[in-house]
Design a protein around this ligand. Structure first.
Ligand code: GRF
Length: 186
């Protein structure tokens, strides 16, 4: 199976997926391509593992350029800390084959502006007793597609956005490979 991963940041989730394809935890699958919408460490992770990588700068043309770049026989497009919004054409071309990881328990704390520490601050401000991570299908609506896998944890008394981010990340490393296997029919 051929996976394409889209990144905008440090790419620790990308690293986890690379490690799982190399170890066989995600069996019979390879990352065929990594695409970033800005200069980021995720690109260097791809290079280090000999994975073809490409930078398409974010902007109006991003999705159309991406549509040209991503091979039509791609089995799965994985958004791993990816911050641009994909257009309807791309979402329809790969319908049911695009997944995203979100650092909260969707449908709560999703939508425009809900990324990075903004999410964790919103969770704390709302006095939530739990948070978590969600892997979901990507549709043209932001954070709206069907949920594939979700896992929660209790928010502690002394929680900060940074401590939440750390807890969410470790949950992400656990559920992302599982969700990928699930979508690939394993
Ligand atoms: C993750 O928390 C993910 O949920 C969010 O962006 C973060 C990416 O982290 N969409 P990394 O680049 O994989 O380390």
């Amino acid at each position: 199976k051929n996976i394409v991963v889209l990144v905008s940041g440090s790419g620790t989730n990308l690293q986890r997926i690379i490690d799982c394809t190399e170890s066989g935890e995600i069996p019979d699958a390879k990352i065929a391509l990594v695409v970033a919408d800005r200069e980021c460490f995720g690109l260097q992770r791809a290079e280090k593992h000999g994975i073809p990588s490409h930078l398409i700068r974010k902007g109006k043309e991003f999705s159309s350029k991406l549509t040209q770049l991503v091979p039509a026989d791609t089995d799965l497009v994985v958004l791993a800390g990816f911050l641009s919004i994909l257009n309807t054409d791309f979402c329809e071309k790969f319908s049911g084959k695009i997944i995203n990881i979100h650092p909260a328990l969707l449908p709560k704390f999703g939508g425009k502006g809900m990324w990075g520490n903004h999410v964790h601050e919103a969770v704390l401000n709302a006095g939530e007793t739990e948070s978590g991570a969600t892997v979901h299908l990507v549709t043209a609506g932001i954070d709206e597609g069907d949920i594939i896998l979700q896992k929660s944890f209790a928010v502690s008394e002394d929680e900060t956005p940074e401590s939440l981010a750390e807890k969410v990340h470790s949950i992400e490393y656990e559920i992302f490979p599982k969700a990928i296997n699930k979508v690939l029919g394993r």
